[in-house]
Design a protein around this ligand. Structure first.
Ligand code: ZN
Length: 90
């Protein structure tokens, strides 16, 4: 089964699940019964995690507008895990 998207002029977009390759160009709206036009959209674009989407946007933007830094970025070293303090010391 595949998901197909249709746009009703009165009710807006809705999805139907039909066997692949059987979706007609027009489908009856399940709310008002008017013919709805099939919409073609890219699949699963909203399934990209937000952090990955931000990283991809940043990588794409850096190709045209690279960030300029005046010093080496320094990070604070991470705090050791509290349970490590209970380990035996030599
Ligand atoms: Zn409708």
């Amino acid at each position: 089964m595949a998901t197909y998207e249709y746009d009703c002029p009165r009710c807006g977009r809705f999805e139907t699940h039909q066997p692949m390759g059987t979706a007609p160009a027009s489908h009856e709206c399940r709310h008002c019964g008017r013919p709805a036009r099939r919409i073609f959209s890219a699949p699963h674009l909203t399934a990209v995690p937000a952090r990955l989407a931000a990283a991809l946007d940043r990588a794409e933007r850096s190709g045209a507008e690279p960030e300029v830094v005046t010093e080496v970025p320094r990070r604070k070293p991470p705090e050791p895990h509290p349970s490590l303090s209970r380990l035996p010391r030599p």
